[in-house]
Design a protein. Structure first.
Length: 502
């Protein structure tokens, strides 16, 4: 790659369903966070290629009691990020509750608490539009058939300009069932351009679909449609669902995802222009590009969302999310470095998928090694802590306190259909109650586990193929837990978490 080009994906991890907005010389991006907390990640860039994670807009999911345990594929779906009236706005659909909205004076907040704009089952992928010419406001959303029995259509509303309510009962403005060959129409993004209302929306399914464009002179239609981005003869399957953004100099770009199995939905950047017939042209005449000229923006140093962490003062970086709303005392602050996780007691210690206290970050989309140092500060029999790859199936390696007080290195896994974990390797003694843990993540997210308990790294168990949940890519996780019972069960300390390219 030359200095004047970039290579896709520009975000090679699960930043699902991205949307993007420009404010001045800055670009901001958010993405689906489903049931993890904090939610609604906020990324910043000056060149649309190099991105950093600057925070989250949603501290906890609501209602809090419904997200006290993991709901991996629920929660925040396909948010839209906008800037209006000197405020940032994020709208999203929770498929079980309805359309929510939050807003803030600056990207780092403070963000308002979620406001339920439209209640109902199956309301997803919401996007607002403020028409600067008329002062009117609109909302469009899609439907999840799993909750509503309805899909493949987009519903539009007039909205109060302050974003607090809707002004009508809504109308189907695009019915995908009436368009030959179209199915699973969803993820709409709403714009005004050149006298038209535009809806950019994907169809055809996350792994195999395409990006559509719809236009109408009036918000409620009728709309005409065109496919503007599809796989064609490239290796980029299902290139769709994202947002259009214009640079200060007038260049147009389209940010979208590609579904990549255990890696989730990685983010691509496509050039965009407007053809002589007024329709958008995305990528290389409708096919996704792999290498392309960079946007005409001031050069920026290479950057990417953080992964490594020394946990200064016991605090973890922005890249980490719990698998549910966190509880008090899960991670304790202290004067040194290292993440001190309480060994939370649970009747479900045999299944990491149902535990809320797994601290996770995204699985990188390229081969790498994840490594962390662990000290088990617990004398409780059965207390354990470790480093995991978490998805519909999971595997973890770490330390467990035995009935006789000895510390053992254990490596366990569970298949997707299994209700409890099993040993992936025979336990062995860890005399000092310390270990360096390592997962080498190869092509296809095939994971090899190893550990150093004082005599160098030694491999453990067979290769484990990481798997996603239904909509969420696989995650790397740190966890500390103990069997159910009375009293405090101690803690575990993690230090020097590192991701190193292979």
């Amino acid at each position: 790659m030359s200095a004047g080009t970039y290579t896709n994906p520009v975000l090679d991890a699960d930043w699902s369903d991205p949307d993007v907005v420009r404010v001045g010389d800055d670009f901001y991006l958010t993405a689906s966070s489903f049931g993890r907390a904090p939610g609604l990640p906020l990324l910043h860039s000056r060149d649309l290629v190099n991105w950093t994670l600057v925070g989250h807009a949603l501290e906890r999911l609501e209602p809090a009691e419904e997200f006290a345990t993991p709901r991996h594929d629920c929660g925040v779906w396909a948010p839209s990020l906008r800037y209006h009236d000197e405020r940032f706005w994020i709208f999203w659909g929770d498929p079980d509750q309805g359309v929510f909205q939050i807003n803030a004076p600056g990207i780092r907040g403070p963000w308002t608490r979620p406001h339920l704009l439209k209640a109902g089952k199956g309301l997803i992928d919401a996007c607002p539009l403020w028409d600067e010419e008329t002062g009117e406001a609109y909302l469009v959303h899609a439907w999840a058939k799993s909750r509503s029995g309805v899909k493949n259509r987009l519903t539009g509303h007039r909205m109060r300009p302050d974003g607090t309510g809707l002004l009508d009962e809504g109308k189907v403005i695009v019915d995908g069932d009436r368009i030959p060959g179209w199915f699973t129409l969803e993820g709409p993004k709403l714009y005004r351009h050149d006298g038209w209302f535009w809806i950019l929306a994907p169809a055809g399914g996350v792994e195999t679909g395409w990006q559509g464009a719809f236009r109408s002179r009036g918000f409620f239609g009728p709309y005409e449609e065109r496919i503007v981005l599809e796989q064609k003869d490239t290796e980029v399957n299902g290139p769709h669902q994202g947002g259009w953004v214009r640079t200060p100099s007038g260049e147009d770009w389209f940010v979208h995802f590609q579904q990549r199995g255990p890696y989730g939905r990685v983010v691509h950047l496509q050039p965009m222009s407007w053809g002589p017939d007024g329709w958008p042209v995305v990528g290389d005449d409708g096919a996704p590009v792999t290498v392309h000229r960079r946007p005409a923006l001031p050069p920026q140093p290479p950057a990417a969302p953080a992964t490594d962490d020394d946990f200064p003062g016991g605090r973890f970086g922005r890249q980490w999310q719990w698998t549910a709303n966190p509880g008090e005392g899960w991670a304790t602050q202290h004067s040194g470095d290292g993440l001190r996780l309480t060994c939370l007691r649970s009747a479900h210690a045999h299944d990491l998928r149902v535990l809320p206290n797994v601290l996770t970050q995204r699985l990188p989309g390229t081969p790498c090694a994840a490594e962390v140092e662990l000290r088990l500060d617990s004398d409780e029999p059965g207390a354990r802590a470790g480093l995991a790859v978490l998805g519909d199936a999971f595997s973890w390696i770490g330390l467990q306190r035995g009935p006789d007080g000895t510390a053992q290195l254990v490596h366990r896994f569970a298949e997707g259909a299994a209700e409890a974990e099993r040993d992936a390797a025979r336990p062995r003694l860890a005399p000092e109650g310390r270990a360096r843990l390592r997962i080498d993540i190869g092509p296809g997210a095939r994971c090899r586990f190893s550990a150093d308990t004082g005599d160098g790294f030694r491999p453990s168990g067979p290769v484990f193929a990481a798997t996603p949940w239904r909509w969420v890519g696989a995650l790397l996780g740190l966890v500390a837990l103990a069997p159910s019972g009375p009293g405090h069960a101690g803690a575990a300390t993690f230090t020097r978490f590192r991701l190193t390219p292979s």
